[in-house]
Design a protein around this ligand. Structure first.
Ligand code: C2E
Ligand code: CA
Ligand code: CA
Ligand code: CA
Length: 282
């Protein structure tokens, strides 16, 4: 028994060592990916069901690995965050998103007052001291009007440092940048602090949408979020809408904006442009 205990410990140690070296390997691959230009942003349309129009898009990071093909953030975002690489990759994301939006605008495919591009911001990125300056620099370099970007933040990031968060949000807002609260309902959603935060849009987390049809509680949570958004004067969008039945239920709860596979998967930039081109009334 003693022996098998020792073997188990050794096995555990070598498994841990292996995991650590796989992680280090991934980290150095990610570092190279940035310099080799292997990252891409896909765009997922956001739809207003009343008009059927595309009112925005969310920029979603992809890694086109030379051997392993297209990778989603689930495979690497944690390593980006823990290693701090998210700062440089996040800078690239901000710049690339602004270039994409500026190019759609220049092509006449979107209008300043009718479209915004949502950019995911990680906590580490947001809490760096130069964050506001970096956003403003990207806008200036691309000539993009600030109204055309919306920064997606999460509840977790907010409680880390409420005063710093609010101060930064107000500075950016004065320039015209708006904010969305991502994954809403999954974190520490206190009405009191939501009232203090200058957000414009609540994104109902996809876990509620996924289970809404067979779980009465989730349908109730959606109803409560929509009502709360309305009373605070905020827009609300449902994420992860895959089925017609989910759309109908959400519409019954008073939701009007949608994002999900039912409408479109995230698309490469060119395909997203083609989709916009097909819209009847731009
Ligand atoms: P998120 O911000 O909650 O993004 C929504 C995720 O749901 C995306 O996954 C999107 O592809 C997926 N999705 C959209 N519609 C549906 C649907 O109908 N059904 C289902 N099952 N899923 C749907 P993705 O692209 O794999 O991104 C995962 C997460 O990685 C994001 O979750 C976000 O937290 C993070 N992420 C993505 N891009 C960036 C980025 O540029 N910067 C940072 N910091 N994080 C990012
Ligand atoms: Ca998001
Ligand atoms: Ca989300
Ligand atoms: Ca998420």
């Amino acid at each position: 028994a003693k022996d098998s205990g020792r073997n188990a410990t050794q096995l555990f140690r070598s498994t841990m060592q292996e995991a650590a070296s796989i992680r280090l390997q991934l980290e150095s691959e990610l570092r190279l990916a940035l310099t080799h230009g292997e990252f891409e942003l896909f765009l997922q349309p956001q739809i207003d069901s009343a008009s059927g129009m595309i009112i925005g898009a969310e920029a979603l990071l992809r890694w086109r690995h030379p051997e392993r093909g297209l990778r989603s953030p689930a495979d690497f975002i944690e390593v980006l965050e823990e290693s701090g690489l998210i700062i440089d990759v996040g800078d690239w994301v901000i710049g690339q998103a602004c270039r994409m939006a500026a190019s759609l605008l220049a092509a006449g495919l979107v209008r300043t007052d009718r479209f915004s591009l949502c950019i995911n911001i990680s906590p580490r990125q947001f809490h760096q001291s130069e964050f506001v300056e970096r956003i403003l620099a990207a806008l200036e370099q691309t000539g993009l009007p600030a109204q055309m970007i919306k920064l997606e933040i999460t509840e977790g990031m907010v409680i880390q440092n409420l005063d710093d968060t609010i101060a930064k949000m107000h500075r950016l807002r004065r320039h015209g940048v708006s904010f969305a609260m991502d994954d809403f309902g999954t974190g520490y959603s206190s009405l009191t602090y939501l009232k203090r935060l200058p957000v414009d849009l609540l994104k109902i987390d996809q876990s509620f949408v996924r289970d809404a049809l067979d779980n009465g509680n989730d349908a109730e949570i959606i109803r409560a979020i929509v009502a709360m958004a309305r009373s605070l004067g905020l827009q609300v969008i449902a994420e992860g809408v895959e089925q017609q039945g989910q759309l109908e239920l959400l519409q019954l709860q008073g939701c009007q904006l949608y994002q999900g596979y039912l409408f479109s998967h995230p698309l490469p930039f060119t395909e997203f442009g083609e989709l916009l081109r097909k819209q009847p009334d731009r």
